[in-house]
Structures are given as C-alpha cells and as structure tokens.
Design a protein around this ligand. Structure first.
Ligand SMILES: [Zn+2]
Length: 420
C-alpha cells in the first residue's frame, strides 16, 4: 500500500511537470488551502489554476477519516527528490531536482514554505530552452542595434532595469552569449541562481549559507582577471560599489537592478551609496525592459480604430506614428488589433487571447550630456528629459510600437506600462 502510494505520487508529479513544460510555464506552485492542495502554473507571467490536478492532489488516500491527502505524498516526494529533509515541515528549505520528462532532462529549483494550512512548494523550471542569442530574442531593431553597439565597448558598466520577471536576465544572457561568440574573451558571472548554463562562460552561483554573496564572489572574480563580468543583480551597497569600480578598471560589467526605466538607474546606484562622479565615469549604457504578452494569432482580430479614437490623440502615439509612418503604412499597421472575447474558448490560447511574450527594451547609450547630468546628480526626471531630446525611445513607446505592429494589444500595454 505504502509503496503503491509512492508510485502514484511520483507519477502524478511527473504528469504535472510534463503539463508545465507543454504550456511553457515558468513556475509550478502547490498551495495549501483548508483541506485542499491547489496546483497553479505561471504561464507568460500569469497564474492559472489547474483544477484537474488540484482535484487529484486533494483526494484522500483510502477511506479512513484521518487519512492524509495525495498532495501530502506528492510534497514529501518532491522534498526527498530535491535533497530536503522530509521530516522538517516547519522551516523553509530549498533544493533542486532533475526530472526526465518527454525524453528531455529538466532542472527544477525547489523551495518550501510552511503556511497556515500546510507546506507550500514552489518549483521554478530552469533553462529548458537554453540561452537565446540577441537575434533570437525578438527585440525591436533600434534596441537590438543599440545594444550590439554598446557591447563593442571594452570596459564600463551596462545596466538593465526592470521588475522581477521582466526578462532582463534573458537579455543579459543573450549579450554575454554574443560576447562569448564574437571574440575570445574571459567571461565570468555571479548569479543567484545560475538560470541557464552557457558555453564559454564561467558561472558562479551565490550561496548565502557559506557566505558566498554577490559582493564576495565578485571580489574573487576580479582576482581571476576576466574581460567581462555578468553580475546577476545589484542588490546591496557593496555589490554596487565593486561593480562600478570593476567598470572603471578595465572590465566590461553587465548587470541588472530593480527600477522602472533607464533614467531611474543612476538614482538606484546613488541610493546604494555610489558616488555620482564614479558612477558617471563607469556607466556606458542604461537599459530597461518589460515583457508583453503576444496576441494569439488564432483568435485576435484587427479592429479598425477610427481617426477619432482616443488612441490617436495620445502624444506618444502621434510621435510614434510620425517616426514610423513609412514602415507602418506599407504594412497597413495603423490600426492596432484589440482582443475580443469569443464564445468558445480558443484552443491556441485557452481563451486568454495571448500566447508567449515579447520583450520591450529601452536602450540608451550614455552621451556626454547624460554623463554630465549624472555627475551633477540630476534627478530621473531631468535624465528622462535629456533622453527625450536625444530621441531615445521610452519603454512606453517600445510597447506601443509592438501594439502598432499587431503583436500585442493596447490593454496589455496599459497593464504593463500604464496609460501615461
Ligand atoms: Zn487564441
């Protein structure tokens, strides 16, 4: 009986992972509710419950009233497979496991957290697709070309801002992949965790349990004399300071930071105690990124928006239409499509109207005027105004450009970057 239950738990877990891979989910969550274990998948950044699996996980093992749920078995199975202590149910744990599903080996990063009703589990699917190249990222031409241009500089600091899940790490991976392919360079990275293994790059993973932090790993990395350093994220003052110093002493440093747009990056470094003069001298490029859900090709319909539609009185749209006029008119893209709900849910997108995501990237090389402003500790608003004068597309413009090309909807743009 016990043995059968274990097989059942293992099979159910494998079917859950297979489903997550099929749907291109990034995360699998097991959430306890009173008397129930709910399975949720994160697909294209949004959570969706899988009722069929929730029901199976919430079934009782046998008819006795005190019997535990299948979900308990599955949680225990996951904990054992990822090297956790199965009898520790109150303290949070983390681990990882590899699973072979549909003839492919997938790495999952696992974390547990005891909540009011039981031990919740979060599983992150790591690098099933491998790192993509800059050309494979579906970036807009201006963003891609400016980024390639920036990567030609031999030293300095390039920073991408964005919230968690904005795809900024994927973009940096593509950048270092390009650097690894183009020239023989010694590239080292420090990450938390290493999301995708990349050929030609020596990747170090942060491990707080043994005090291997971003800052301490970075100090050791500098002693290895690398040409290029990828710092997964600048979180603390020390990492910020070392990253800037490394950029000033002959290394090309690529990193990410939490922030809304390119113009907010210098303030984020200043908040972490970096001197304005050093920052101005080290910075080479500022970037920011968001991900937009892509319109489902099967069910999205193009709607002709009349010239009086409020969309066209938006000054950003007007500016964009003027700058894009030639290209858009030829493709007939003046009217962005709007998602319409259909009666029967579409098979292609499960009725959500979207399949996959595309990046909207703002890239700003540092001009002398911007450098001067940063040296004088200018505010994000002042930097934003200068970027406008230098005709650097804003994040919102990048997003609207995708809408004008029919790749995403106006609702999605509003959700991601607001209505201005
Ligand atoms: Zn659809």
């Amino acid at each position: 009986m016990m043995c059968q239950d274990k097989v059942k738990a293992s099979n159910l877990f494998e079917r859950i992972v297979a489903e997550a891979i099929d749907l291109c989910a990034s995360d699998i969550y097991l959430h306890w509710e009173p008397q129930r274990l709910v399975l949720r998948l994160r697909v294209a950044g949004r959570l969706q419950e899988r009722k069929d699996f929730s029901n199976q996980l919430s079934e009782k093992l046998g008819d006795e009233p005190g019997n535990e749920l299948v979900g308990n078995q599955v949680v225990r199975h996951i904990k054992i497979r990822s090297g956790m202590k199965s009898d520790e149910r109150r303290l949070p744990q983390d681990g990882r496991l590899t699973i072979d599903v549909s003839g492919r080996s997938t790495l999952l990063r696992v974390a547990t957290l005891a909540t009011l009703f039981g031990e919740n589990v979060a599983l992150r699917l790591m690098g099933c697709r491998g790192a993509r190249t800059l050309d494979g990222l579906e970036l807009q031409n201006h963003a891609k070309n400016t980024m390639k241009e920036l990567l030609r500089v031999p030293h300095g600091l390039i920073v991408v801002a964005g919230p968690t899940g904005s795809g900024k790490t994927t973009t940096l991976y593509a950048c270092v992949k390009k650097l690894a392919e183009d020239a023989f360079k010694h590239i080292l990275s420090v990450e938390d965790p290493v999301e995708v293994p990349i050929d030609g790059i020596q990747q170090v993973e942060v491990n707080y349990r043994i005090d291997l932090t971003f800052a301490s790993a970075l100090r050791s990395i500098l002693r290895m004399n690398p040409d290029v350093i990828l710092v997964g994220e600048v979180r603390d003052a020390e990492t910020a300071r070392i990253a800037v110093e490394a950029g000033l002493t002959g290394h090309l440093v690529l990193t990410t930071i939490h922030g809304s747009d390119a113009a907010s990056i210098p303030a984020s470094f200043r908040d972490r105690g970096v001197e304005a003069a050093l920052l101005a001298a080290a910075l080479r490029g500022l970037a920011a990124q968001r991900l937009l859900r892509k319109n489902c090709k099967e069910c999205c319909v193009k709607t002709e928006l009349g010239e009086t539609h409020p969309f066209f009185s938006d000054p950003t749209v007007e500016r964009l239409l003027t700058s894009l006029r030639d290209k858009t008119e030829r493709a007939g893209l003046k009217h962005p499509p709007q998602k319409e709900t259909t009666e029967a849910p579409c098979q292609g997108c499960q009725g959500t109207g979207y399949v996959g995501r595309i990046p909207a990237l703002q890239v700003c090389p540092l001009s002398e005027s911007l450098r001067d402003l940063i040296r004088r500790d200018a505010s994000p608003a002042e930097l934003r105004a200068q970027m406008g004068r230098e005709r650097i597309p804003t994040l919102r413009e990048s997003c609207l450009e995708w809408a004008l090309k029919g790749e995403t909807s106006l609702e999605e743009v509003s959700l991601v970057v607001g209505k201005e």
